[in-house]
Write a protein that binds this ligand. Structure first.
Ligand code: SAM
Length: 240
């Protein structure tokens, strides 16, 4: 499997791209690539391109771009709304959301949130690394945190929010999802401490929100994220 790398530069045949110092270290010292080894490059705009590694000097790698291997697809439309978790768990949560096809990652501050967003750049880099690994050509967009109340007040109702609620009456989410039908989608998962009753009432009162169960057990928030995104993608998502 060819290594996939994100580059900031534009991509076109015959226009070489300089590897960043981090990429140099990874390709030369970690992967020990030699002259001519091929990689795949993407920048979120020009699709995916094959490039070969060249060493203009011992300390530099230049990537000679050759041919486009995949065109730039339409942006991933699914949004993932999540209450921040403690650092390590949040990295994992974001990575899973990117792997499961979320294009927008929106941290939501709720009453019982236990995590906080201290370094948005690090989360964005983490999401980009997940994109490199899982083969998407979009750049996942990690947004600055907003309060749940503010998010809902400014929400455009043509995007339906599917919120994971362990207190739902039934256990099977599929019928409730199918009832939503055609719509642009967002998935919302609560914090380790769950949503508050006020938050639940606020969410349940909105016509563009559907509470779904994810089985009879209490899932960790990151488990719930993967379970919810998988069932949404498999029933009414675009699963791209
Ligand atoms: N409120 C519980 C508590 O305090 O132990 C659990 C919260 S759970 C760890 C975090 C989030 O995962 C919940 O807010 C919900 O969004 C989701 N979740 C966990 N289990 C779920 C289930 N069985 N059905 C639907 N959502 C679930």
């Amino acid at each position: 499997r060819m290594q996939r790398l994100h580059v900031a530069a534009g991509l076109s045949a015959g226009v070489p791209v300089d590897a960043t110092p981090e990429q140099f270290n990874y390709l030369a010292n970690v992967l020990r690539y030699e002259e001519g080894t091929e990689v795949l490059l993407f920048n979120g705009r020009d699709g995916e391109w094959k490039a070969s590694v060249t060493f203009p000097s011992r300390k530099k790698i230049r990537l000679d771009v050759s041919e486009q291997t995949r065109p730039q697809p339409a942006p991933l439309d699914l949004q993932f709304l999540f209450a921040p978790l403690k650092v390590g768990r949040m990295d994992y949560l974001l990575q899973k959301a990117v792997e499961m096809g979320a294009g927008v990652l929106q941290p939501v501050m709720t009453q019982h949130v236990q995590g906080k967003i201290t370094n948005l750049d690090r989360l964005q880099a983490n999401a980009l690394e997940a994109a490199e690994q899982c083969g998407i050509l979009d750049i996942p967009d990690v947004k600055p945190p907003v309060k749940l109340k503010d998010l809902l007040e400014s929400w455009s109702p043509e995007r339906h929010i599917i919120y994971c609620d362990e207190d739902s009456d039934t256990q099977n989410p599929v019928p409730k999802l199918l009832a939503i039908g055609e719509s642009r989608l967002a998935v919302l998962v609560g914090p380790e401490g769950g949503f508050s009753d006020d938050e639940r009432n606020m969410l349940r009162a909105l016509p563009y929100v559907t509470a779904i169960p994810l089985g009879p057990r209490i899932l960790r928030a990151d488990t719930a994220a993967v379970a919810a995104l998988a069932v949404v993608q498999a029933t009414i998502g675009d699963w791209r």
